[in-house]
Design a protein around this ligand. Structure first.
Ligand SMILES: [Zn+2]
Length: 269
C-alpha cells in the first residue's frame, strides 16, 4: 500500500514516532561505508598499504600503529562528520518530527542526527559515534569527544589521545572489536520509550535499515506485531515482505529515502 495520505494520518495521530535509521540513511547523508570507487583514490596510502577498498574494510583492519589509526580516523571524521551538512531530506525529517514525541535508533555512527539538531536525549547511536572515543584497554572508562584530537591531526600536529584513567590509547567509539560499550544511558532511554508507548499510537518509521544492523530490523517488526496500535512504515521493504498480521496497519514502500520523507511530510503530500 502506497497510500501516503494514510501514512500522514497515522503520523498526525501518533502519540509517538520511532525512527530506525540504518546504513542507507548514512549513505543519504554522504557516508557510504561500502563505496569502492572513490575510496582507493582519496585514501590512497591506506588503500595500498592495507589492501582495502572501502571504509568498512579499512575500519576492520588492524593498522601498524595508533598514530596511523588516528591519522586515518581523523581524516574520515573530518570529511564525513566535521564538514557534514544535513541533506534536504534530513531537514524535512526534522520538520516532520518537530513537536512530536519521537525517538531515533540509528546504526549511522557519523553524528548526523545530533548535528542536524535533533535532541541528544532522543537518539540512541546503536553502533556508537565516531566523534567520540573510548579507552582501548577493554575496560569501560567512559567516552569523550574526539573532535579536538581530529582537529590536531588534520592540522598536522596529531597526538595519540590517552585514557585519563589508565593511560591506554583511546580509540573511536565504534564496535571495531569485542570490547565496545554501547551508550547504556541512551539504550535505557530507548527501552523506556518503547515500554512507555506499548499501548499508545505509535509509528515506526524505518529509513535505510538493512541486514548490516539486524537489531534495528526484526525486533522492531516484532514489536509492531505485538502492539495493535503500532504502525510500521518501511522505506526499504515492499508490502509483500511485511508479516501478514500487520499488513493492514503497515506500509512497505521500497523507495528512495528522500522520496519517502518528502511524500510522508504533510506539506509535500
Ligand atoms: Zn582506560
Amino acid at each position: 500500500m502506497k497510500d501516503f495520505k494514510q501514512i500522514q494520518k497515522w503520523l498526525a495521530e501518533a502519540d509517538a514516532v520511532i525512527v530506525t535509521a540504518g546504513n542507507g540513511f548514512a549513505q543519504m547523508e554522504g557516508l557510504d561505508m561500502f563505496e569502492d570507487a572513490a575510496f582507493p583514490i582519496e585514501y590512497q596510502a591506506v588503500s595500498k598499504k592495507y589492501h582495502v577498498k572501502t571504509i568498512a574494510d579499512a575500519l576492520d583492519k588492524n593498522f601498524d600503529s595508533w598514530d596511523e589509526k588516528w591519522q586515518f580516523w581523523s581524516q574520515l571524521i573530518n570529511e564525513y562528520s566535521v564538514e557534514y551538512e544535513p541533506s534536504k531530506a534530513m531537514k524535512q525529517l526534522k520538520e516532520l518530527l518537530n513537536g512530536k514525541n519521537y525517538f531515533i535508533a540509528t546504526s549511522a555512527f557519523g553524528h548526523f542526527f545530533e548535528t542536524a539538531g535533533f535532541e541528544q536525549e532522543k537518539i540512541f547511536d546503536v553502533f556508537g559515534d565516531w566523534t567520540r572515543m573510548q579507552c582501548s584497554s577493554g575496560l569501560n572508562h567512559g567516552t569523550y569527544s574526539d573532535l579536538s584530537v581530529v582537529k590536531r591531526y588534520i592540522n598536522g600536529q596529531g597526538e595519540i589521545p590517552r585514557c585519563e584513567d589508565c593511560d591506554s590509547p583511546m580509540e573511536i567509539h565504534m564496535p571495531l572489536n569485542a570490547h565496545f560499550f554501547p551508550d547504556e544511558d541512551a539504550n535505557t532511554r530507548f527501552r523506556w520509550f518503547l515500554t512507555r508507548n506499548q499501548t499508545k499510537k505509535v509509528v515506526v518509521l524505518e529509513l535505510g535499515v538493512d541486514p548490516t544492523s539486524p537489531q534495528l530490523l526484526d525486533p522492531m517488526v516484532k514489536l509492531v506485531e505485538q502492539f495493535k496500535d503500532w504502525h510500521y512504515v518501511a522505506a526499504d521493504l515492499s508490502q509483500d515482505e511485511l508479516p501478514d498480521n500487520i499488513q493492514k496497519r503497515s506500509a512497505g514502500l521500497r523507495m528512495a529515502l528522500p522520496e519517502v520523507i518528502e511524500k510522508i511530510s504533510k506539506n509535500e503530500g
